[in-house]
Ligand binder design. Structure first.
Ligand code: NAD
Length: 473
């Protein structure tokens, strides 16, 4: 299979494979697949030393079948139109897979953030936002960005501030971007949401004995060996939650190298080491490698690519020694590698499902911003009182005295509890939906993997929404 396809062509290869299992008219499938609109713009940046540099930015809105459109903003030297359109398309399918009512979008700026000072990054971000406003590519009901590779809460706060300064409807301006800091009306749990979603997804996948057996794995996450590629926002949080569930994170790679320890790492300590030294490399008692790509080939139960696209290719796929590939990153596996993994019986948990935790909690943040009330605020105290009253009644009737530990578990749900429970429910439901599709086709002797099943579900949902508009028969 050709590896020379562009990223968007690779996404479309996955789409076409799934579309063959549906009987929608070609025109409808084409409408779903095509990118509805995209724009490329340039602007000057005055650097701290007084020189002027031209910055390239993009935003793509892949599908307007639901509004607003939604998708992260990426800062990376690899950003170009094809990458942004491909990532926007993946957002469309991802939102459909987890029933988040948005169309897909993505944005990017072609910079390596490490080469710019904080004030230069602020100027880039504010000007990028200004360009989006001018071109009508941002707004609470239009298109809502979020963090992605190379951006985080700080950039989202600058985007919000720039938009709010110019917004005609300031009341809802809060909902123009998600992934904001808590102090700027962000939501508890968003920072860790994608990593937490990866963990919930893997927990569910590994809980099904029937699926673990053919992979030669036991049920549950306990003692599963994990290799993480990328230790950024997604990789760090996914690793942390997996470690807390007693999985062993034995390998971690970053752009400048990797570390390995067969007993597994204490993730907080690795993060602390990076904070102190600027790198995960040189972590005490760990085996270090210089080329991060070598780390992808470490033997493990679960390999988690959490960096960039096109990492697992026809070239390295035959040497990958994992039973499960958990796509925390977007597009880490090329279609040619996919085919090799399928043949080798390696299970792929696709990006369109597994990293949907970020957009799910972004949806909650957007709803919270539009409703102007923190989740749990109205009911928490009331729930506290009723639950404590119930505990006292049980103690009185039974004579049993709850310990302080047990009592501590009895409390009304606060925002973070509600967000995490909504996220967990979303990840569990979506997995069973895609698994059901996979099993349905497998029982008809088709070679169905989780990626194709997720695409089939997404196509059905998007097609339905177009058909409700009466455009297609
Ligand atoms: P990030 O910038 O916080 O972290 C990415 C990390 O990967 C960085 O630490 C970087 O140094 C490292 N890296 C880069 N090249 C590498 C290589 N060759 N080998 C090993 N490590 C390498 O970005 P992030 O937000 O964690 O995003 C990671 C991936 O997850 C991207 O594909 C992104 O699109 C996807 N994703 C992110 C979110 C989100 O909420 N942030 C949501 C869904 C999907």
């Amino acid at each position: 299979m050709a590896e020379k396809l562009s990223f968007f062509e690779k996404v479309n290869t996955d789409f076409d494979r799934a579309a063959r299992f549906t009987d929608y008219p070609r025109g409808l499938l084409d409408q779903i697949k095509i990118c509805n609109s995209s724009c490329h713009f340039t602007f000057p940046l005055k650097r701290d030393d007084g020189t002027i540099e031209t910055i390239h930015g993009w935003r793509a809105e892949h599908s307007h079948h639901k509004l607003p459109t939604k998708g992260g903003i990426r800062y990376s030297t690899l950003v170009d139109e094809d990458e942004i359109v491909a990532l926007a398309a993946l957002m469309t399918y991802k939102c459909a897979v987890v029933d988040v009512p948005f169309g897909g979008a993505k944005g990017g700026v072609q910079v390596d953030r490490n080469q710019y000072s904080p004030s230069e990054l602020e100027r880039i971000t504010r000007r990028y936002t200004y360009e989006l406003i001018q071109k009508n590519y941002i707004g609470p009901g239009v298109d809502v960005p979020a963090p992605d590779f190379g951006t985080g809460e700080t950039e989202m706060a600058w985007i919000f501030d720039t938009y709010a300064t110019m917004a005609p409807d300031k009341l809802n301006a809060l909902a123009c971007v998600t992934g904001k800091p808590i102090e700027q009306n962000g939501i508890h749990g968003r920072k860790e949401a994608t990593g937490r979603g990866v963990f919930y997804g893997l927990e569910e996948v590994c809980s099904i004995a029937e699926d673990m057996k053919p992979l030669g794995l036991t049920v549950g996450l306990q003692d599963k060996t994990v290799v993480m590629q990328g230790f950024g926002k997604v990789g760090y949080h996914a690793a942390k939650f997996l470690m807390e569930a007693d999985a062993r994170v034995i390998g971690i790679t970053e752009r400048n190298g990797g570390i390995y320890h067969p007993q597994g790492f204490d993730i907080e300590k690795v993060a602390m080491h990076r904070e102190e030294t600027g790198s995960i490399c040189g972590y005490p008692n760990a085996e270090s490698i210089e080329n991060p790509n070598d780390g992808l080939e470490w033997e493990c139960d679960i390999l988690v690519p959490a960096a960039l696209e096109n990492q697992l290719t026809a070239e390295n796929a035959p040497r990958i020694r994992a039973a499960i590939i958990a796509e925390a990153a977007n597009g880490p596996t090329t279609p040619a590698a996919d085919a090799i993994f399928q043949e080798r019986g390696i299970m792929i948990i696709p990006d369109t499902y597994l990293n949907a935790g970020g957009v799910t909690v972004s949806y909650f943040e957007w709803l919270r911003n539009l409703s102007h009330v923190q989740f749990g605020r109205l009911g928490k105290r009331f729930e506290d009182i009723t639950q404590n009253t119930m505990v006292r009644a049980i103690e009185k009737a039974s004579g049993y005295k709850f310990s302080d530990e047990e009592r501590a578990l009895v409390h009304g749900a606060d925002e973070e509890d509600l967000v995490n429970s909504g996220l967990q429910d979303t990840m569990i439901r979506a997995y069973h939906e895609l698994r059901e599709t996979r099993m349905q086709y497998r029982s008809r002797n088709t070679d169905m993997n989780c990626r194709t099943a997720a695409f089939i579900n997404a196509i059905h949902k998007i097609a339905e929404s177009y058909m409700q508009l009466g455009i297609f028969p």
